[in-house]
Design a protein around this ligand. Structure first.
Ligand SMILES: C[S@@+](CC[C@H](N)C(=O)[O-])C[C@H]1O[C@@H](n2cnc3c(N)ncnc32)[C@H](O)[C@@H]1O
Length: 326
């Protein structure tokens, strides 16, 4: 099953994600590619552990979904997200039995080391999200990244590093076979937490059922208000504050009722969302600015700021704000 971010709770729980098998071990695989690892690895258990797979490539996601379905692995959830967002916001403290990383992108250029996944913050977060006795399992053919990751794990102060043989399933992935054909042999490390620091979840929530809790504002617009001169493009507006950037990209007129819809691009670290913010007429002549449910947005400080950015823009255009609910 493929789950978008909006389908999760923050944090989530095995009893909700895997209602048929909540008691089984829980494995997270980061960057699963075309999904070859999990059918091989799951087959080494008497009953398949619960599986959460995170990947950035949409094409890989579809290939992996087909593979897991053919293998009859029902208690598997795949999602297209940056791994650190999933680990920080979705996975509960002490939730996972293992985190598997096979052949991570090595980012070999000197200026790109910050793009590497296996740095100190990752190990701190992993130690917080693993159960006592859990482990991060790294397999890679890239010797320099392997040493870098082991050093980062030691520097984190919360991981013990054991160099050992990779699980056979890690030698069956697409990249394992590619490097094997080139004569390269992988290394494997098992990182086990020596402490479980509390790495907090962010201020992030599902789209609320209660309309009053959806980020919104109410304002009165001038009687002659037009958002842009006819034929003129909407002028992009960017606002930034600690942790988020909001870009109001475009504005569309609604044919159905008195109003418009603004398109905003919201960036918060690794997390990006495109959200729609409606501006619609109310019976009393005022206007409601509200985050639309379309696209399954999740409520973050940046998304609230996007509603604020639309409200501020309307205020600058002569609107009088009577209520801010964000
Ligand atoms: C070199 S490939 C390895 C794929 C697979 N593990 C294998 O062994 O065949 C690395 C994969 O990690 C994914 N990836 C890179 N950064 C990621 C991130 N921050 N979160 C999730 N996936 C990521 C990439 O899209 C890519 O599919």
């Amino acid at each position: 099953m493929i789950s978008p971010l909006g389908d999760f709770h923050f944090p989530d729980a095995p009893s909700r994600l895997y209602p048929q098998t909540p008691e089984r071990p829980w494995v997270l695989e980061i960057g699963f590619g075309d999904g070859r690892f999990w059918p091989h690895y799951a087959a080494t258990f008497e009953t398949a552990p619960n599986y959460l797979g995170v990947e950035l490539s949409g094409v890989s996601l579809l290939k992996a979904q087909r593979r897991l379905k053919n293998a009859g692995l029902d208690n598997a959830i795949l999602t297209k997200l940056p791994a650190d967002v999933l680990l920080r916001e979705v996975v509960p403290h002490g939730g996972l039995d293992s985190i598997v990383v096979n052949f991570p992108d090595p980012w070999p250029k000197a200026g790109h080391l910050d793009h590497r996944l296996l740095r100190v913050p990752f190990f701190e977060q992993a130690a917080s999200r693993l159960k006592p006795g859990g482990a991060v399992l790294l397999t890679t053919d890239h010797d320099e990244y392997f040493d870098f990751a082991c050093a980062a794990a030691r520097d984190s102060g919360v991981m013990n590093v054991v160099l050992t043989e990779p699980p056979p399933a890690a030698l069956e992935t697409k990249y394992a076979l590619k490097w094997r054909d080139l004569g390269l042999s992988p290394q494997h490390a098992r990182f086990t937490p020596t402490a479980h620091p509390v790495v907090p979840h962010g201020d992030i929530h599902p789209y609320p059922e209660d309309p009053d809790l959806v980020p919104h504002a109410i304002l009165t617009l001038p009687a002659d208000f037009i958002p842009a001169a006819p034929g003129q493009p909407f002028e992009k507006r960017t606002t930034r504050a600690g942790g988020w950037t909001v870009i109001l990209l475009d504005l569309y007129a609604s044919l159905r009722r008195d109003g418009w819809v603004a398109l905003a691009h919201v960036v918060e670290g690794e997390l990006t969302q495109e959200v729609l913010i409606g501006i619609s007429g109310r019976e009393d002549g005022s206007h409601l600015v509200r985050l639309a449910k379309f696209g399954g947005p999740i409520i973050t400080p940046g998304v609230k700021a996007a509603v604020g950015a639309v409200t501020d823009w309307l205020e600058e255009s002569g609107g009088r704000v009577t209520h801010r609910g964000y």
